[in-house]
Design a protein around this ligand. Structure first.
Ligand code: F0G
Length: 470
């Protein structure tokens, strides 16, 4: 093979030839409020001029004379496919496989658990129940720690390590902390977790303990944990890993890139996402916008964001002032992952709704529980917060925003086993007040109560008979 051919093959596999590793993708930080630019953000990742959040942008992709440096979609689509057969650890990650669209060079050390690479499933039963011809789900709960957080965490933790931090920290409803704890352990960093006492699932708490985090259960809610963390950060040098860290958003973008690749770059009509602190909807929206800008695709999916009825800060903000000023709420929902009343990334999420023409909807606790059982009966399963997507889709179909033939992808954010207590209580009839007869009748259809029987074959056979087995 000639040297030129060798170099080409190596680049295709993402391994730059020795001595000529791919340069770091040029990136800078921009305030989403006042537009101020900076190259070195503050510890709290907020704009020093106005206090708003920062986002990463890539000046060479857009500036008139920088066009020449913009990545070539056709070359990259090929490169990313080729990496699927590579054994390099960066290539085996469904995040780092797309590293040309991240602010990293090939030389930089990364901390990875082979995150991403999550499946897209068809959900035939859920499609029927929502009145759709077909329905798809991108299951981000199939990440190494069981939630979408891993895709952002691998990037942000790698930055923390490169910058020499010894401690990382987050406030969490349980999934961010589980993910951070795992990646910190892999990278040899210490980590501080602040979670609301008694209000996160024990599965998520167990993960944080097992991965070795210093875990504090505070007598407050998520928003209270965030306030305390801000105070701690002023007095102790920790690296903040909540989703206001813009590197997390960059990593979470890759789920949208991977999804489009899985759909052979056919853009779906709708992508439906749960909304909590609103980092994920912001990240997916940013990815779709960048991919269109770079010419990977010509159109955008409408991104709709679904919240629980009593944790509906974005819904109220959109309804009551068209997204101009956040209306925080006192959040309450059994879908504890999205029990957030003061979402940090609300402004970024509003921009995504506006840019893509999506809707923001709210769903009730019973609607969430039924949707979750339906996703389960397609053999897929998810945690309660993820099920808001199906519950929200049903509303969007009913009000005509989504049409029966549309191509819709639900983003399932967490694994079924993240919150087994919720699932058990639902099927045992203990999640809701049984005195609400109308609600009870709707729930009963979806309930699959475990049967306690004597250790006797005839008892099991009788049950089979009653269940319609001929
Ligand atoms: N789904 C799951 C399973 C989550 O854990 C979260 C957020 C969301 C949806 C909402 O995503 O915040 O980006 O809008 N969990 C965070 C945590 C807040 O601390 O684990 P978002």
């Amino acid at each position: 093979m000639t040297d030129a051919a060798k170099a080409k093959t190596q680049t295709l596999h993402g391994r730059a030839p020795k001595g000529s590793a791919r340069q770091k993708t040029v990136a800078s930080f921009r305030c989403v409020g006042c537009g101020a630019l900076t190259n070195s953000p503050e510890q709290n990742f907020r704009c020093i001029a106005c206090g708003d959040l920062l986002e990463i942008f890539y000046p060479t992709w857009t500036s008139a004379d920088g066009r020449a440096h913009a990545p070539d979609p056709n070359v990259l689509k090929q490169t990313w496919l080729q990496r699927k057969v590579s054994r390099e650890s960066a290539d085996e990650s469904g995040v780092w496989r797309f590293r040309e669209l991240l602010p990293f060079g090939d030389d930089e050390k990364i901390i990875s658990l082979r995150e991403g690479n999550t499946p897209v499933y068809q959900l035939p039963r859920c499609a029927r129940s929502a009145g759709m011809k077909r329905l798809f789900a991108k299951h981000q709960g199939m990440n190494p720690t069981g939630s979408f957080k891993d895709t952002g965490m691998t990037v942000a933790i790698s930055v923390a390590a490169q910058n020499g931090f010894r401690w990382v920290a987050c406030a969490s409803t349980g999934n961010t902390s589980a993910s951070m704890a795992a990646y910190a352990a892999r990278g040899g960093l210490r980590c501080l977790v602040l979670i609301p006492e008694g209000r996160i699932s024990w599965g998520k708490l167990a993960q944080s303990l097992d991965y070795g985090a210093l875990t504090c259960q505070l007598r407050t809610d998520f928003d209270g944990c965030m306030r305390v963390l801000n105070e701690v950060m002023k007095q102790f040098p920790v690296y903040l890993l909540n989703s206001l860290n813009p590197y997390r958003i960059e990593g979470q973008k890759t789920a949208a890139i991977e999804l489009l690749e899985q759909l052979d770059w056919q853009v779906p009509d709708h992508v439906i996402v749960p909304g909590g602190n609103l980092g994920n909807s912001s990240a997916l929206g940013k990815a779709f916008l960048e991919l269109r800008e770079l010419g990977f695709v010509q159109s955008l999916p409408r991104i709709s964001i679904i919240q629980a009825e009593c944790a509906n800060a974005l819904v109220r903000t959109m309804q009551e002032n068209g997204g101009k000023k956040l209306i925080p709420v006192q959040a309450e929902t059994l879908a504890t992952a999205i029990r957030i009343g003061n979402p940090a990334s609300w402004k970024k999420a509003v921009r995504v709704l506006e840019a893509t023409g999506g809707r923001c909807e709210q769903v009730s606790e019973a609607e969430i529980a039924i949707a979750k059982a339906e996703i389960g009966s397609d053999g897929v399963g998810c945690e309660p917060a993820s099920a808001v997507t199906l519950a929200g889709l049903k509303k969007l179909v009913r009000n005509g925003f989504v049409k029966t033939n549309d191509h819709v992808v639900l983003v399932l954010t967490g694994h079924l086993l993240k919150d087994p207590e919720y699932t058990l209580k639902f099927h045992q009839g203990e999640l809701f007040d049984p005195r609400d007869a109308q609600q009870e009748a709707k729930l009963r259809v979806h309930r699959r109560t475990p049967q306690v029987l004597d250790a006797d074959a005839s008892a099991v056979l009788k049950l089979l008979e009653q269940s319609g087995a001929a």
